[in-house]
Ligand binder design. Structure first.
Ligand SMILES: [Zn+2]
Ligand SMILES: [Zn+2]
Length: 269
């Protein structure tokens, strides 16, 4: 089961629960929210096998010090762990493209382009399912089509609508940073990356759109643009915007066609 605990510049965290082990991807949600989640046994923080960090920006690591890391691995690229001051201590450095197994999770960092030390996304194999998570990337990576095509849940950044960003209140230098190759992925870039990767795949992945800007896009805009780009490639799949305060849950069910209510099918995952 995968829980979205929060997504966007107000804080990011994704929790993957697989039987007797739990994996947390990023830990940047508000401390009060994390405290509530940790106190709820159904989230499985007492079984935390590893915390995988995408990069050192505050909206991904601000509550890291609240976690009970004794007995859990702290995974990141060498550059990210060094930026966090964890390299060579509790951290478990792994290079993009390599894989490491922690409990039932097979973790593979995916290099992305972003204004941080050595940022990455993650593709995680667990109990016959593949979950791929990529946020905070300035341009689509070149070598992720195969991993996306083999994923059952895809969490991908759809940060901004280019028209809303251009007409919006951000200062010029910030707009330039967002659209740069080291900034964030637009709705169109997100949709085109998915369309290129998913053409011809037999898997119908669930698609969660992540790290939406509060100012420069809206959930309905991001969903519409991504679905349009997929439809242009002949792919009829719904995309769901992840909520900033959490709430999205995936139980291992396949993705749904656009505008059709998804069927909740528990696979005991
Ligand atoms: Zn971020
Ligand atoms: Zn970032």
């Amino acid at each position: 089961m995968v829980h979205n605990l929060g997504s966007g510049s107000s804080g990011n965290a994704l929790l993957i629960c697989a039987g007797d082990a739990t994996l947390l991807i990023d830990c940047g949600i508000p401390r009060t929210r994390l405290k509530r989640v940790m106190a709820d046994a159904s989230f499985g923080f007492d079984r935390l096998a590893a915390v995988a960090i995408s990069h050192e920006h505050g909206d991904h690591v601000s509550a890291l010090d609240m976690l009970p890391l004794a007995g859990s691995a702290l995974v990141g690229t060498p550059g990210t762990l060094a930026a966090l001051g964890h390299l060579g201590r509790a951290g478990e450095a792994i290079n993009p493209g390599a894989e490491t197994r922690i409990g039932p999770f097979l973790l593979r960092p995916l290099a992305v382009s972003h204004d941080a030390s050595e940022p990455c996304g993650y593709s995680i194999g667990v109990h016959g399912r593949r979950i791929t998570v990529m946020t905070d990337l300035g341009r689509p990576p070149e070598d992720v089509a195969e991993v996306l095509a083999n994923s059952h849940l895809i969490v991908l950044e759809a940060n901004y609508d280019q028209h809303m960003l251009a007409a919006g209140p951000y200062p010029h230098h910030l707009k330039q940073r967002i659209v740069s190759g080291n900034g964030h992925l637009s709705n169109v870039q997100c949709g085109d990356l998915l369309a290129a990767a998913l053409a011809g795949t037999a898997i119908r992945p669930v698609i969660w759109l992540a790290h939406l800007s509060k100012t420069n896009t809206r959930p309905d805009v991001a969903e519409r643009v991504v679905e349009q780009r997929l439809a242009r490639a002949g792919i009829d799949l719904a995309a769901a915007a992840m909520m900033r305060t959490g709430g999205n849950v995936w139980r291992g069910e396949p993705g749904s066609a656009r505008h059709v209510r998804p069927v909740q099918l528990s696979l005991g995952f």
